[in-house]
Design a protein around this ligand. Structure first.
Ligand code: CTP
Ligand code: MG
Length: 229
């Protein structure tokens, strides 16, 4: 099933503490954002990519796309202060009624099969997310004291990509803006409208590069992939 991808790269990577946007950090000599873009570059069902970036980094991104021969980026748009502002910029630039997939530039290990699953689900339900069951016991903590232990059996850690019919996610973002909702993913806005979001089981390896340990894992994992393990 065909789709258009919005790839988010307009963050600052503060938790990585690298002093620059983590999109530009290398995993085995290739920048994080290029690994991510390649996943979509190599997926025939991806019709095109809207890349959302920081305005000040435009030249760096353009140079990288050229250097690594990325051809599917149809447009580069400027992101905003919060992630949801960046998504909104991306959505506004896309047209049509089809399936739009929203993906963190910081998740370089996304696989074609997972993309296909979440896109397929969104095509039939309107909104779908990839997620994995939580493995750790989760406790609610305040001032270093346990407030509550949450029953793990129904907890899932939600990832990207998240896929939607374009009119639905646009409506959800407009609604979210009208009530000043602050959310950390796009599906939350669909949920706020009282609409269902389907959950598709993803893969624990689809990590988000967030803190320095993640880069260590990423490098080892990529080495294993290259060896064909
Ligand atoms: N992102 C974005 N625009 C923002 C904030 C985040 O496009 N205003 C993107 C990031 O580039 C990243 C994805 O959203 O690919 C997920 O966000 P996160 O992991 O939080 O990245 P950063 O915001 O860059 O990192 P941090 O929160 O540590 O500063
Ligand atoms: Mg962030």
């Amino acid at each position: 099933m065909e789709y258009h991808a919005i790839i988010l790269a307009a963050g600052q990577g503060k938790r990585m503490g690298a002093g620059k946007n983590k999109m530009f950090l290398n995993i085995l000599d290739v920048p994080v954002v290029i690994h991510t873009l390649r996943a979509f570059e190599q997926d025939a069902a991806c019709l095109g990519i809207t890349l959302v970036i920081n305005k000040a980094e435009q030249t760096v991104f353009k140079d990288l796309l050229e250097k690594f021969h990325v051809t599917k980026v149809q447009r580069i748009v400027n992101g905003g202060k919060e992630r949801q502002d960046s998504v909104y910029s991306g959505l506004k630039a896309v047209s049509g009624e089809g399936i739009v997939l929203i993906h963190d530039g910081a998740r370089p290990f996304i696989k074609k099969e997972q993309i296909a699953d979440v896109v397929q689900s969104a095509a039939s339900t309107g909104a779908a997310v990839l997620a994995v069951p939580v493995k750790d016991t989760i406790k609610k903590v305040e001032s270093n004291k346990v407030i509550e232990t949450v029953n793990r059996s129904s907890l899932w850690a939600v990832q990207t990509p998240q896929a939607f019919r374009l009119p639905l996610i646009l409506q959800a973002h407009d609604y979210g803006r009208s009530i000043n909702a602050e959310v950390t993913d796009d599906a939350s806005l669909v949920e706020l409208m009282g609409r269902d979001v389907a959950v598709v089981k993803g893969d624990y390896r689809n990590i988000k590069i967030t803190t320095p340990e993640d880069l260590f894992f990423a490098e080892q994992y990529l080495r294993a992939l290259k060896r064909g393990d």
